[in-house]
Each structure stands twice: as structure tokens, then as C-alpha cells.
Design a protein around this ligand. Sequence first.
Ligand code: GLU
Length: 450
Amino acid sequence: MSNIRVRFPPSPTGFCHVGTARMAVLNYLFARKHGGTIVFRSEDTDKERSSPEFEEDILDSLKWLGLSWDEFYRQSERTEIYRAALRTLIDEGKAYVSEEESKKEAGVKVRIIRLKNPGTKITFTDIIRGDITFDTTELKDFAIARSDVDPLYHLAVVVDDADMKITHVIRGEDHISNTPRQILIQEALGYPRPVYAHYPLHLSADRSKLSKRTGDVAVRSYREKGYLGDALLNYIAVLGWTPPSEREILSLDEMIAEFELKDLHKSGAVFDLEKLRWYNREYLLQKTDEEFAVYALPILEDALKERGVAWDSAMGQNILHIIRERISVGDDIKNFAAEGEFDFFFADPLLDSTRIPQKGVGATDTTRHLEAVRQLLGDLAESAYRDAETIKGAVWDYATAEGRGAVLWPLRYALTGKDKSPDPFVVAHIIGKEVTLRRIDSALKNLANV
Ligand code: GLU
């Protein structure tokens, strides 16, 4: 272990959002790269807005993404340590108690503890942004605690960073303006200054800042939609960082090997849902058939049951490769299923006789073609249905001679009841001989009634 120590310091005032995850990923990659230690610090000093439910969601979400940490603290359990620091500051004349009118309740006096601000110019070096100088005069004597029992955020952060021996503070640039205040408190307490790295925040697709409170940026909402933890992690990591190898798909270990803070982009990346979908698809394609079945079948089963379509798990297995071809994320299975895209594998379709013939082909010719195809497919042994190519071979010459659309459109429609679907040979192969012939017969009956 090196002496490098970083922190994940989320405030549990909302569900774990992508911004929190990104903060954690960047700290994680940096710490693991250098054999450092990661401290998880729940910054729950805002009692009104913090909740254990949110803290649990943040812990769960980060673990689900594949992240881990080495130490865990909760600020609400460390009040004594902050009070001791406050006492030191007051005793040394670096902070003072002032009686003030409450901002919340008129006529009520409150005790505020304010830091005596020396009003100096502060320059700190940021790994990503270079030297940053602030004139701290305008910060005046800012508040560091409400009464001596309620330390405010900046004090708690500074005391914790020192107590936990944090060496690197890696956080979003929305915290830059906090840094001079925090350095002033550090200097008053005689603490060492950590190294700072403020990275640009990412933007949502419409280039607005991603808000913590927007439900759809919560990590859990991606999880619920069927995104994979490793796909989301990979996308979050490369959002605003290009690994030197320029590879897009990297495992956590590969990211650790390539990671350098200085390679983080200097301007905010846009969170692009299409790109996330691409990542998820790539990760789904890497799954074995068994893994994909475990992922996809429960989603398909639920969605079909919702439509009142009888579930058949063997059929579910049979269409897994078709599903894998078409989707980027589990939610796509749900949506396609809800649109009836998979019904015909499980139940005979309802046919509209006017749609059986290809456009421009009459019912008589269509009937003749379907009868011929029925004959050819009926002559095939059941074992021939194990392979879509054999089925295709059986009707191909006839279709070529008579016009492929005129022959194959009605066959496909008879089998699926859909204008768009996989080709009829694949469908026949999946549903088998008996069902194939039954559906052709039913289309022929339909045509006879026109
Ligand atoms: N608790 C702060 C937040 O969730 C982060 C504090 C820090 O990085 O210094 O925004």
C-alpha cells in the first residue's frame, strides 16, 4: 500500500446519481492504480435532507457497479471530533462566536461560529486545471458552525480530510469555489493541504447540467431498465476520459492500468444514452448463452404474461439468439414484447386475410403459392426443421421461379401475422413442422373466405 488516500464523500440526500458514480469511479481508478486506500465517507451532516435509505442506495449502487472501498465513516457519528477542532480554533483566537439574528425565524437569536478570515490571496495547484488563485477577502468571516454543536459542511470536510489523512481530493468542478474556504480552515488548524483535482462535470444530452434529483439519472433507474453494472461503469469511466490506448471497452483492471488524472478532458462530456446503449449491447454480446438466458428470459416471461400470452420456457430458449440480435438493453425486450413482436413464437397469430397476399398479387395466385409451399414443407422430414437453411432450400427454387415476394411474403405473414419479422425460414425452424403447416393451413382457410 502506498500512502495515497482518497475519499468517496457523497451526501445521502438523494439516490445515487451518475455524477456520484463518476466521482467514485475516478477516485477508485486513481487509488487502485497507485495502491492507495479509499475512504467512503457518508456526509450526512444535513439532518433534514439526509436519510439512511439514500445512503444505502449509494452503497448498493456503487457496489453494483463493481466498486469497493477500504474504510467507512459517517459524519453524523464524528461530531465530537469536529467540536474539538472548533474548540481549538476558538481557543487559539482563529474563530469566534457571534450572536446573530436567525435567518429562518425572525426575532430569534442564534450562535454562529465564524472563522477569522485573514483575507489573503490563496493559490492552489489543481492537477487538471493548473494554478488557481482566489482573493479570499470577499469570503469575509464565513460561518463554520451553528452553535458549538453543529459543525457546518466545510469544517467537517476539512477535519475529516486531515483526520483520514486524505492525500488527493478528486471531485467535480462544482466544488472549486469551496476550495478556498476549505484551505483557510486547513491553514487555521495547521493541517497539510491535499492535492486537488477538479474535473469538469458531465452534461445531459441537452447540454444542461445533470441534476441529482432527476430520477432518470439515478443509477438505480438504469439498473431497473436492465443496464449491466460493468457496461454502465465502463461508459461512466470513459465519459470525459480517453485511455491512452483509445480503447472503448475496458475491464476495470484495464482501466486501472491506463488511468492518469491528467488525461481527464478539460471540458464537460455529454452523457449520451445512445452511447450507453451501445456499451450495454457490447457487454450483452459478450455473455455466454446461459448467462444471456438468465438475463433475458425472466424479462420476456413477465412481458408476455402481461399480454396474456402463455409462457413456454423451451420456446423462450429457442428465440434467445433472435432477442440478443435485436436488443441493447433488457428494457428493449419488454418494449418489443409489449408491442407483440414475440407473440407469434408462442401463439398462432390472428390473420387479416387482406394482408396475406403481397401487394399487387391476387388471392388466387397467393393461394396457389401457399399450397405449393405447404406441399414442399410438408414433404420435409421433421428433422429438416432443425436447420433454417434446409427449409429455405426446400422452397427457394419455387420462390425464385414464381417471384420471391409473391411466395415468401404470404408464407412469412401466415407464420407471424406481422408485416415485419424474421424471415420465414428462421420462424419455421423455431416453431417446427407441425405448427408451420397448421399456420399455412389457417392462412389458406382465411384466403378461401375472402
Ligand atoms: N458531499 C459532497 C457532495 O456530495 C462532496 C464533498 C467533496 O467532494 O468535498 O457533493
